[in-house]
Design a binder for this molecule. Structure first.
Ligand SMILES: NC(=O)c1ccc[n+]([C@@H]2O[C@H](COP(=O)([O-])OP(=O)(O)OC[C@H]3O[C@@H](n4cnc5c(N)ncnc54)[C@H](OP(=O)(O)O)[C@@H]3O)[C@@H](O)[C@H]2O)c1
Length: 276
């Protein structure tokens, strides 16, 4: 499928190691908060637009209308923009939770809504949601982020009128997510949590730029999935796909634990229906 991909939060669109844009017969539209951060993509042929997904709905509607007008249509929306908030429940303020959900959940909703009429009228369009393993496992000290990423999983379930959704659940990928100026970490001031909190943030900071996942390979795989090419040839494209060696192991363990739980508690689980 050749077409028009609009990538919200496009810092890592695949420039390969040689610095060139990986060649795909798609026209890419990159959207980010700072246009200067997207210049390299513009030089490589993408149309760029300024967009902060926490803006008011009207501003976002206007940007989406502009996006559609550039090439006359949009085929794929990738809801990629996000940041990670780290801290225990007691240490994060209500405002920290709000800000996390404002970007990772409500921003996604605000960008997706104005594209839906365009997709519905054409009975075509793909919406990609980027979730995370935390949504499955609930890593400690990561509740705000995990909760917000779990919402992405639920939002992606809504498919109708020729509109496809694709849920990507990446493991740990080497991007700027955990970098000092991107990750929002609160170190606990509560004695009971202090040691755990310090270690958690130190571990994540150490993980920055040591993650095993290659974001270029991740994006290439997403492109294959939405264009139904390459790795998908002869196979049905799944609705959701975890990506990353780490996620494979962790998710398999979680599934096995869940199956065990279902068996061990089968009688109780099946005991709560009304007696009809
Ligand atoms: N890296 C991983 O290990 C990993 C694992 C699982 C899932 N993910 C998910 O993958 C996606 C991409 O993240 P990444 O790892 O590539 O991290 P990243 O390097 O920090 O990229 C995140 C992008 O989102 C943009 N963004 C954040 N808030 C925004 C807003 N309000 N409006 C518009 N753009 C905004 C950032 O723009 P600025 O540059 O302006 O901040 C940046 O371009 C995210 O959804 C993340 O949750 C990442």
């Amino acid at each position: 499928m050749a077409g028009w991909i609009t990538w919200a939060g496009s810092a890592h669109f695949p420039l390969d190691e040689r610095g060139g844009v990986i060649e795909h017969p798609v026209r890419v539209q990159a959207r980010g908060r700072k246009l200067e951060d997207l210049k390299h993509l513009e030089q490589a042929g993408a149309a760029i637009l300024q967009l902060d997904i926490t803006d008011g709905q009207q501003n976002i509607n206007d940007t989406i209308a502009k996006a559609i007008s550039i090439y006359g249509r949009v085929d794929v929306l990738v809801n990629n923009a996000s940041y990670i908030s780290i801290g225990t429940w007691e240490d994060l303020e209500y405002g920290d939770f709000l800000a996390q959900f404002d970007t990772n959940v409500f921003g996604t909703i605000k960008v997706t809504r104005p594209l839906l009429p365009h997709f519905r009228q054409r009975r075509a369009g793909t919406i990609v949601f980027i979730s995370f393993l935390s949504g499955w496992i609930g890593h400690a000290g990561c509740s705000a982020y995990a909760g917000s990423k779990n919402c992405g999983r639920s939002l992606a379930g809504n498919r109708t009128l020729g509109i496809k959704t694709l849920l990507i659940e990446p493991g740990r990928f080497r991007t700027k997510l955990l970098s000092k100026n991107k990750m929002k970490a609160v170190i606990s001031t509560i004695p009971e949590y202090a040691e755990f909190s310090k270690t958690r943030v130190a571990t994540l900071s150490k993980e920055d730029q040591a993650q095993p996942g290659d974001p270029v390979k991740l994006v290439e795989t997403i492109l294959d999935l939405v264009r139904q090419e390459g790795i998908t040839e002869g196979r049905e494209v799944p609705f959701r796909l975890p990506l990353g060696r780490d996620v494979y192991g962790d998710m398999k363990t979680k599934c096995e634990e869940t199956l065990k739980l279902l068996e061990e508690w089968k009688t109780t689980i099946r005991s709560t229906d009304l007696e009809e």
